[in-house]
Design a protein around this ligand. Structure first.
Ligand code: 9MR
Length: 341
C-alpha cells in the first residue's frame, strides 16, 4: 500500500504494468495528464490511448472552453465541445483542469468590439467566469481563471482587460470563479515562468498582492512549453526550476506543470535529439517530483499527431512523448525516470 497524491490508499505498485500516471501517483502526485480536443475523438487509436488511465488520470481541453468558443454571443453559451471533453474524462474517472476564463486571445467579438467602460467590463468578466464555473461546478479539479497575464519583464501584460479595468480584472475573475464553483482550485497559468527570472518574479509578486487583498488564488500553472536543450544543456536550470516552484508553494499555494512539451527545432529529429529531449522531460518531471506542492503534470498533447507546434513554429515539432504514429519516444521513459524514486 502507498499513499497516493489524492490522499487515498492505492494498491501495491504494479511495476510490470505501471505507466506514466502510476509513476506520478507513486511519487505522491495527484495525476499525470494531457491536453486534448474533442475533434480528435473520432480517431479511434487516439481515443483508445487517451482513455488509458494508467498513463492519463487528467485531461485539459486545449481549445473548447475558451471564451469565444463557450460564449460566442453575450449570455449565449455553447458547451458542446467542452461537454464532450468533460464527459470523456468522467467516463474514465480522469480529473479535469478547466482552461480558461480570461485570456488576451480567443476573446469573442462581442467583448473585443464592445467598447465597454470599466464597470461594464468587470461585470462582463464576472458574468462569464461565474456562469461557466457554475455550469461545471463540482466537476473540475481546477480552473485556469487568468491565462498569461505577465510580460517578460514581470509587468502586467497589456490587454483589452488591463487597458479597460486595470489590475481589477484579475480579482474580479477569481472571485467570480470562486462563487461559481467553490470547490475548484483557482489558478493563474503562465508560460516562460519555469525557472527564476523576471517574469516568474513578476508572477510571484502578483500572487502576493492578490493574497494581500484576500483574493482567492489556489495555484500557479507553469506551462513549460520548452525548446530542445532548454534544461538539459544548462546545469543550473534544474535547480532553478525546483527553487522557483518552491517559492510559489512557500506562499501556501499549489503549482502544476500544465502544458509540457519540448519542441525540436530541426526535423526530422535525430536519435541524439530524441535522447536530449528525453532529458528535458526528465528534468522537468523530476523538479515536480521534488516539490511536494507540485500536484501534477500535463503534457500539451501526448502525440505529435495533434501537437500545436508545427502550426505555430514552422519547421519545428516532434515535441510530444509519443510520435505521429502513436509510438512512445525516448521522452516517455524520461517521464518515468523523472517520477522514479
Ligand atoms: O494548443 C492550443 C491550440 O489548439 C489552440 O488553437 C490555441 C488557441 O486557442 O491555443 C493552444 O493552447 C495554448 C493554451 O491555451 C495557452 N498556452 C499556450 C498554448 C499553445 O498556444
Amino acid at each position: 500500500m502507498y499513499l497516493a497524491g489524492n490522499g487515498t490508499f492505492s494498491a501495491v505498485f504494479d511495476a510490470a504494468n505501471a505507466q506514466l500516471n502510476n509513476f506520478a501517483q507513486r511519487a505522491g502526485k495527484k495525476y499525470f495528464g494531457t491536453a486534448t480536443n474533442e475533434y480528435q475523438f473520432n480517431d479511434t487509436a487516439y481515443l483508445k490511448q487517451l482513455s488509458n488511465t494508467r498513463d492519463f488520470h487528467q485531461l485539459t481541453p486545449a481549445h473548447s472552453m475558451k471564451w469565444s468558443l463557450i460564449e460566442p454571443f453575450q449570455g449565449v453559451m455553447n458547451y458542446t465541445g467542452a461537454n464532450m471533453v468533460v464527459e470523456q474524462a468522467e467516463r474514465h474517472g480522469q480529473f479535469i483542469r478547466g482552461h480558461n476564463f480570461v485570456w488576451d486571445q480567443r476573446i469573442p467579438d462581442w467583448v473585443l468590439n464592445g467598447n465597454f467602460d470599466n464597470a461594464t467590463m468587470l461585470s462582463v468578466i464576472h458574468d462569464h467566469c461565474f456562469t461557466v464555473a457554475r455550469h461545471f461546478r463540482g466537476r473540475m479539479l481546477s480552473w485556469d481563471v487568468v491565462n498569461e497575464p505577465i510580460n517578460d519583464d514581470g509587468s502586467l501584460k497589456e490587454s483589452l482587460f488591463l487597458n479597460t479595468s486595470g489590475l481589477a480584472y484579475i480579482p474580479t475573475a477569481l472571485r467570480a470563479a470562486r462563487s461559481g464553483d467553490p470547490l475548484a482550485k483557482l489558478y493563474i497559468n503562465e508560460f516562460d515562468v519555469e525557472t527564476i527570472n523576471p517574469k516568474s518574479t513578476g508572477l510571484l509578486n502578483l500572487i502576493k498582492a492578490l493574497q494581500g487583498q484576500g483574493v482567492p488564488i489556489d495555484g500557479v500553472g507553469v506551462q513549460a512549453h520548452l525548446t530542445l536543450g532548454q534544461f538539459s544543456s544548462n546545469a543550473s536550470a534544474g535547480p532553478s526550476l525546483v527553487a522557483n516552484l518552491r517559492r510559489f508553494t512557500n506562499l501556501g499555494i499549489e503549482v502544476a506543470i500544465t502544458e509540457l512539451d519540448v519542441r525540436i527545432p530541426t526535423l526530422p529529429p535525430t536519435r541524439e535529439m530524441l535522447l536530449q529531449q528525453k532529458e528535458d522531460y526528465r528534468i522537468t518531471i523530476d523538479a515536480c517530483k521534488q516539490v511536494i506542492g507540485c500536484i501534477g503534470v500535463t503534457v500539451w498533447d501526448w502525440t505529435d499527431r495533434y501537437s500545436w507546434i508545427p502550426g505555430n513554429f514552422p519547421g519545428e515539432g516532434s515535441a510530444c512523448p509519443w510520435d505521429e504514429n502513436l509510438k512512445e519516444k525516448p521522452a516517455y521513459q524520461g517521464i518515468i525516470d523523472g517520477f522514479s524514486i
